[in-house]
Design a protein around this ligand. Structure first.
Ligand code: ADP
Length: 395
């Protein structure tokens, strides 16, 4: 395997309509040299911004970008002009199917396998493959690594992966894969760093609450169960995704409303969740701003918190109790009132928040004496990608 003197690693995280990129100098400090974010790709209100490590804006544009290809091309063109030497590029790949349970070097064989997995996630995998191809066009010799969002959950107990469907569907790979794995893995390392190995090995629930939202039950540092399922549409209600539904709802839409497949997919992925229930926005901040004026905004907030609370209860059941609860991602890190609503009535599990600590997004927001330690932690999927990529280069 190649040995590289330079330690600049580019981490690329392609979402369904967004792109997050970070350039790390993988020294002891794991410094961020650049970060780029493109929002609303293919939509109006597209926003492209590149910042340096100190947060100064180096490039900004509000021009509509057709698709991910256009967004990544724009970034790579900009990067190439700076002549920053790169050691490798790591990509977040949403679904690794049955076979990928560790980060791996991207080879033509893997790319072919990933094309075969596209039906599992037609919303993300094609974008990720485009990003891999774009990097190859700009840097033909560069090592590229795939880091799978499903890998962290790949060895959950079978009972957490099973759907009560006929066996042959299980063998075909219809099962709970779970996602947000890079975020969970990063946070387990962080818990160990800030609270010690014992806490990281204990019974932990991580609530990753962003536009996409999921929770994982973790014990011994390993995933025991998670809310997302076969696709990232399942589990908790999200910004625009429905989360779990009775399968009968889909059947009804197909049978009685003659909804074509793309319309059903659009409904459950892009028109449901906070947006669908509120009829206003998928962004929880907008709903909080309107909750006194608009009862639908308040109902969407209540449903989101209710579902989150219900899943904390379910996952604590999986773990046989709880030692640590972590809130992370946009909502989890920044919205004290939402955390408070979620934790309401969870005192029976030993969860007791300290209102003042919670209000200021402190590191630990549970009150002293609370059986469960509740923490607010910043996640960093891009850094996890860069770490995996570096460790593959070292071998
Ligand atoms: P994703 O990475 O899944 O697109 P984020 O983790 O950025 O999503 O979370 C976006 C959600 O977090 C939105 O509902 C937004 O309202 C909420 N949020 C609240 N405060 C903030 C904040 N300071 N920065 C970003 N998102 C925030």
């Amino acid at each position: 395997m190649q040995r590289v003197k330079d330690n600049h690693i580019l981490a690329i995280n392609s979402g369904s309509s967004s792109l997050k990129i970070a350039l790390f100098r993988m020294d002891k400090k794991e410094t961020v040299d650049l970060s780029a974010r493109v929002e609303r790709i293919g939509l109006s209100g597209c926003h492209f911004r590149i910042k340096d490590g100190k947060g100064r804006v180096l490039f900004e544009e509000h021009q509509r970008l057709r698709d991910h290809d256009a967004a990544i091309n724009k970034f790579l063109k900009w990067l190439q002009k700076r002549k920053t030497p790169l050691a490798a590029v790591g990509h977040r790949v949403v679904n690794g199917g049955l076979n990928y349970d560790l980060p791996e070097l991207i080879t033509p064989r893997m790319e072919k396998a990933l094309i075969g997995l596209e039906p599992l996630d037609p919303d993300h995998l094609p974008q990720e493959l485009k990003a891999i191809k774009a990097v190859r066009r700009f840097y033909p010799e560069l090592t590229q690594v795939a880091c799978f969002d499903t890998a962290f959950h790949r060895h959950m107990p079978d009972i957490a992966q099973w759907y009560p469907l006929p066996r042959e569907l299980w063998r075909e790979g219809i099962r709970r894969y779970g996602f947000h794995g890079l975020s969970y893995e990063y946070l387990i390392h962080e818990i160990k760093r800030v609270a010690g190995a014992k806490a990281a090995r204990g019974r932990v629930i991580i609530a990753h609450l962003g536009n996409g939202a999921s929770m994982a039950a973790i014990r011994g540092g390993k995933s025991m169960d998670t809310t997302m399922g076969f696709t990232p549409t399942g589990g908790l209600m999200m910004g625009t995704r429905s989360g779990d539904l009775d399968p009968g709802v889909i059947l009804y839409l197909l049978r009685e409303k003659f909804m074509p497949l793309p319309a059903v997919s659009d409904l459950v992925n892009h028109r449901s969740g906070l947006l669908g229930v509120s009829g206003i926005s998928s962004d929880l901040r907008d709903l909080v701003a309107q909750k006194t004026k608009n009862p639908h905004a308040l109902e969407a907030i209540e449903l989101f918190c209710y579902q989150a609370r219900k899943f904390v209860g379910a996952l604590a059941g999986v773990l046989g109790g709880l030692d640590t609860l972590i809130f992370t991602a946009g909502i989890g890190e920044n919205m004290p009132r939402i955390r408070r609503r979620i934790c309401q009535r969870l005192d029976f599990l030993g969860i007791h928040l300290d209102p003042a600590l919670n209000e200021r997004n402190a590191e630990v927001i549970s009150r002293s004496g609370s059986q469960v330690t509740v923490r607010v932690m910043k996640t960093n999927e891009e850094l996890m990608i860069a770490r995996h990529t570096r460790s593959l280069l070292r071998h």
